[in-house]
Design a protein around this ligand. Structure first.
Ligand code: MEV
Length: 310
């Protein structure tokens, strides 16, 4: 019998999480699919879902998976199909860790369904469908996660503007570490929204603008191979994100540990309040030392991402 397959990768936001929601620039890179990815298989059968959190009928899906349900329904509607479809989701992207797992599941599911029906899916249409799901999952998504989990190049991204691929010329190694605590993207995005509208709004707006400026500068650091400058910008971004209330004790502890083991810079990545942090290392040896230190400081998992600088 026929089968549809869809893939998606994880993502790392180097700069601009949260401020990207307010129209500021951001810089993100796809996480190599050789390390983590989401795979979806769609096949004929009863309309069932099988994933890490649930196995059963589409209609009985828990509230938590409402965004996934929306992806499936919107995809079937757009294709003019109401056939039954069994969907099997296999993801090695840790859930709720700021690596884009929710967008990746939506991307891979949409691709899997379109592939099952042998219908072409433009990147634009894919992003539209995933945005519907991300709105349910996060409330106010910038579109960055949808873009990055469906792309294989680093991007400079501003909400609502044409995307620009980044020429990655940085010779450095990124260490990614998981605090093991689930992040709270929806709550974190909402809490910054309150600050931006609250009585100290000018203060918080300045922090958002500053995060945008750091992202803009970082794009040049990546294409001109300036790891020291990128590291400093990462540290400044971490301070601002912390002042905006989206860091956590665990994230702070890992940042301190990375910096005391020669990292050029360190910050949270993604929604924050848990999830993952990133540290920038000069080379693979130093990256391995940092990763070991982070595991000793409580990281539940670490990954290395070598940027070759060519
Ligand atoms: C979450 O990975 C990134 C945020 O900037 C939210 C968004 O861009 O939609 C926190």
């Amino acid at each position: 019998s026929t089968q549809g397959i869809g893939y998606a990768n994880g993502k790392i936001i180097l700069m601009g999480e949260h401020s990207v929601v307010y129209g500021e620039p951001s810089v993100a890179i796809p996480f190599p699919a050789t390390q983590i990815k989401t795979t979806v298989q769609a096949a004929e059968g009863e309309t069932t879902i099988e994933c890490l959190f649930y196995k059963g009928l589409l209609n009985d899906m828990p509230e938590l998976l409402e965004s996934l349900k929306a992806v499936i329904q919107v995809s079937l509607d757009r294709l003019g199909q109401n056939e039954s479809l069994s969907i099997n989701i296999d993801s090695t992207i840790p859930a709720e860790r700021g690596m884009g797992s929710s967008a990746a599941v939506a991307v891979a599911t949409t691709r899997g369904i379109y592939d099952f029906y042998k219908q072409a899916l433009s990147h634009e249409e894919l992003l539209e469908i995933v945005d519907i799901s991300e709105k349910i999952a996060h409330g106010n998504p910038s579109g960055l996660d949808a873009l990055m989990t469906s792309s294989s190049t680093p991007y400079y991204y501003i909400k609502g503007q044409p995307v620009t691929p980044i020429e990655l010329r940085l010779a450095a190694v990124l260490v990614v570490a998981d605090t093991g605590k689930t992040g709270q993207t929806k709550e974190a995005v909402a809490s910054i929204g309150e600050k931006i509208r609250g009585k100290n709004k000018a203060l918080y707006q300045r922090k958002i603008t500053e995060l945008g400026r750091l992202a803009k500068d970082s794009k040049d650091y990546l294409s001109h191979n300036q790891p020291e400058q990128l590291g400093l910008a990462m540290n400044q971004a971490q301070n601002l994100l912390s002042e905006l209330g989206v860091s956590s004790l665990e994230l702070d502890a890992l940042v301190v540990s990375a910096l005391s083991h020669n990292a050029l810079g360190a910050k949270l990545t993604g929604g924050g309040r848990g999830g993952c942090m990133i540290a920038l290392a000069r080379n693979l040896n130093e990256a391995q030392e940092i990763a070991t230190a982070l595991e000793e400081a409580g990281a539940k998992a670490t990954w290395l991402y070598e940027m070759s600088g060519d």
